[in-house]
Design a protein around this ligand. Structure first.
Ligand code: SAH
Ligand code: SF4
Length: 389
């Protein structure tokens, strides 16, 4: 008999499951706490549950984590895991410790169908959506591993960013219960503003998320006009910038004191000129979106044919935006020894599409690297531009 993986359920889902077993809702809450707050996977450990329930669970349910293919810890405490999700697919998660927070960067898909020019995950093509359980399992594993590893009894992960592999809003039905589990006080209890969905701009799903679960929103903008964005982020041809920015405004109706974070990957000679900064200022003014900008130094890989903007140009761009009153931060890059973009090692595990075959040369060049994950840090570096608010 197949059993249900309880990591697939948010609390409502678990209550429905328990009801089918003839159990009351508060039993589901107890079970949910055991799993997510205490990291338990063995029902016999759950001593305050009735023995009869534990016996029913033993035959109908399981708590199944993802197996870890590689783990890599850098000197600054960043830890990167590559998880096996079966069928030759793998996804990654990254823990980034900072003074005042611990952030986990989580994947939503194996590969990605959007195919952004500057993104190695995009170059690999799409394999499949992760299930809710596979998204939650990254947090479940990381949180409970880190408590042991760092010898901490209290919560280690305070923030989650959906900035690993994949486009979260193209996996909406799995994403929402995962977000609800992250926010649930009986699970991880993360505040709504400390869970960020990053999207390339799936307009209808931005609207739905506003209604269903209005967490913090980051939008990968990367270009100030449609001609350029069509080329860098192909989804723009379906949902052009004006529609995207209007969706951002509607989103903020559900999160009134929030702002949208616009991510902007700085590409040498492509989107980093003074006129691009001026166009961005104009764009944001026209649409009146409450926002801040996060400039990301590009992590180059040969197949992209793109280069990182020189730092002085990034800082000049940041200054132009901030002088126009736009809060702008510049993301700190990782060390040069781990300078590849997120998703690359997972791509080495399996060729997903012909796009991946065409990238074989690039993969060969990076194959020796032990772990290749999200290259950047959320923390603001020391620059002349204002700090994050
Ligand atoms: N699909 C979502 C979330 C995953 S990508 C999105 O596009 O927003 C997370 C972030 O990493 C995005 O802002 C993306 O633009 C950025 N990114 C992708 N490839 C990168 C690279 N090579 N260098 C720097 N940032 C990159
Ligand atoms: Fe997909 Fe995001 Fe990469 Fe674009 S940047 S290909 S949407 S993961």
């Amino acid at each position: 008999m197949t059993t249900a993986n309880l990591l697939e359920f948010d609390l409502d889902g678990l209550a429905a499951f328990c009801e089918k077993l003839g159990e009351k809702k508060f039993r589901a809450t107890q079970l949910f706490r055991w799993i997510h707050q205490r990291g338990a996977s063995d029902f016999t450990q759950m001593t305050d549950l009735a023995k009869s329930l534990r016996e029913k669970l033993a035959t109908t349910a399981r708590v199944e984590a993802l197996s870890v293919l590689t783990q890599h810890e850098s000197k600054d405490g960043t830890i990167k895991w590559l998880f096996d999700v079966g069928g030759g697919d793998a996804v990654e998660a990254v823990f980034i410790p900072e003074d005042d927070r611990g952030t986990l960067c989580v994947s939503s898909q194996a590969g990605c169908a959007v195919g952004c020019r500057f993104c190695s995950t995009g170059h690999q093509g799409f394999s499949r959506n992760l299930t809710t359980g596979e998204i939650v399992a990254q947090l479940w594993f990381a949180e409970h591993f880190l408590r042991k590893h760092l010898n901490r009894s209290e919560r280690v992960i305070s923030n989650v960013v959906m900035m690993g592999m994949g486009e979260p809003l193209q996996n909406y039905s799995a994403l929402v219960p995962a977000l609800r589990t992250m926010l649930d006080d009986n699970a991880y209890g993360l505040s709504r503003r400390r869970v960020t969905v990053s999207t390339s701009g799936v307009v209808p799903m931005i609207d739905r998320l506003g209604t269903d679960c209005a967490v913090a929103m980051a939008v990968s903008l990367h270009a100030p006009n449609d001609a350029l964005r069509d080329d860098l982020v192909p989804l723009n041809r379906k949902y052009p910038i004006a529609e995207l920015l209007e969706a951002c405004k509607r989103y903020l109706v559900h999160a009134p004191r929030d702002f949208i974070t616009f991510e902007y990957c700085m590409l040498d000679g492509v989107n980093d000129q003074p006129e691009h900064a001026r166009q961005l200022i104009e764009l944001v003014r026209t649409h009146g979106v409450s926002c801040k900008f996060n400039l990301i130094p590009f992590n180059p890989f040969p197949a992209s044919g793109l280069l990182r903007s020189p730092q002085p140009r990034v800082l000049a761009f940041a200054r132009t935006l901030s002088e126009a009153g736009l809060v702008t931060t510049v993301r700190k890059t990782r060390g040069d020894d781990i300078d590849a973009a997120c998703g690359q090692l997972a791509g080495d595990v399996k060729d997903r599409t012909r796009a991946a075959e065409r990238m074989a040369q690039r993969r060969a060049a990076v194959a020796e690297r032990p772990v290749v994950l999200h290259p950047t840090r959320a923390k603001t570096p020391k620059t002349t531009v204002p700090q994050e608010h």
